[in-house]
Write a protein that binds this ligand. Structure first.
Ligand code: CP
Length: 332
């Protein structure tokens, strides 16, 4: 596939996820999602949040609906939160164990999807190591079925992007005056892509993407962002600092990738490094964390960390997205 046709496909993907009235039918990408829809989803998610220790918010808005979690790559946070989100909305939730499924006997992904459709599954939550899989499935399902991208190769992780936006808004009130620094393996990070897309749409003041040169993104994938290879410059005055792990599972050739000690010395977020950020900086990490490599434990567990709040927000965001796509099913 050449670069121009890949771009065309991405444009089609943004259109594919909306119905004729502009309502969300699938969630495949944050690229092309307009500001109003992003804010509506964040507002909906706020309504599902309850105080720590209280009984989580529940409704029956998805009663009678069936959600299937299809994770063809490992996950803790995304899978567990989609599971809880579906159950808290009253849906039946099926967690397919991919390792013992008939995919292992050579069944194609589409035959797996058609099999679940025949069991009247309404929403399929898909994580896959190959780019394009969520959109490919979305192009083949029945009209009432929704596909939610739960992590697509190094391309997209839209619900993670939304929960990051929600967490930033809770602490900073908005985006326009913020300096946001995302640090780590930007090139292979679907989180960096989705969060950056959402931040740019919401008018973030300044977005800095900081990494060793070997892990820098293609500038065309993040228009408007400042791409840096020096952490001191990237972190200075930042209101939001997000650390990312090195995605070793996506890196074929480790040439040019710093060894662990060198990486922490140059790109790890330590208490010392954080002193040059804004006084009220928040520290984020999508997880899973590799403590002592991209982030020091004292920072991950420290007073500026909002990492566990990101996890809490993940359930609320997934409830908001599930509820939103179910409105289209109800209208059919
Ligand atoms: N952030 C994230 O996607 O975490 P999991 O891989 O645990 O789902």
């Amino acid at each position: 596939m050449d670069a121009s046709s890949e771009k065309e496909d991405r444009k089609d993907e943004a259109a594919l996820q909306l119905d004729a009235n502009g309502n969300l039918r699938h969630l495949l990408t944050l690229n092309g999602v307009d500001k109003a829809l992003l804010i509506d989803i964040l507002d909906d998610a706020e309504r599902y949040l309850t105080a720590p220790g209280s009984i989580p918010s529940r409704s029956q808005s998805l009663a009678g609906r069936t959600i299937a979690n299809l994770f063809f790559e490992p996950s803790t946070r995304t899978r567990a939160s989609f599971d809880l989100a579906g159950k808290r909305l009253g849906a039946d939730v099926l967690n397919l164990d991919v390792n013992t499924s008939s995919r292992k006997k050579g069944e194609s992904i589409l035959d797996t999807i058609y099999t679940l459709e025949a069991m009247q599954v309404d929403v399929m939550v898909v994580r896959d190591a190959s780019a394009g899989v969520p959109a490919y499935i979305a192009n083949h399902v029945l009209d009432h079925v929704s596909i939610l991208n739960a992590g697509e190769a190094d391309v997209s992780h839209p619900t993670q992007g939304l929960l990051d936006l929600l967490t930033i808004r809770q602490h900073k009130g908005g985006f326009e005056n913020l300096k946001v620094a995302i640090i780590g393996d930007i090139r292979h990070s679907r989180v960096a892509m989705s969060t950056s897309q959402g931040l740019m749409t919401l008018g973030v003041g300044e977005l800095r993407l900081i990494s060793p040169r070997a892990l820098a993104p293609d500038p065309e994938t993040v228009p408007g962002a400042h791409i840096l290879d020096n952490l001191a410059d990237g972190i200075a005055g930042a209101d939001v600092v997000m650390a990312l792990r090195i995605q070793r599972e996506r890196i074929g050739n480790l040439d040019g990738i710093p060894a662990i000690d060198e990486y922490f010395a140059n790109f790890g977020i330590s208490q010392e490094r954080l002193k040059s950020a804004a006084r009220d900086v928040i520290v984020m990490h999508p997880g899973p964390m590799n403590r002592g490599i991209e982030i020091e434990s004292a920072v991950a567990d420290g007073p500026n960390s909002v990492i566990t709040q990101q996890v809490t927000n993940g359930v609320a965001i997934r409830m908001a997205v599930l509820e939103r796509v179910s409105r289209i099913m109800a209208a059919q």
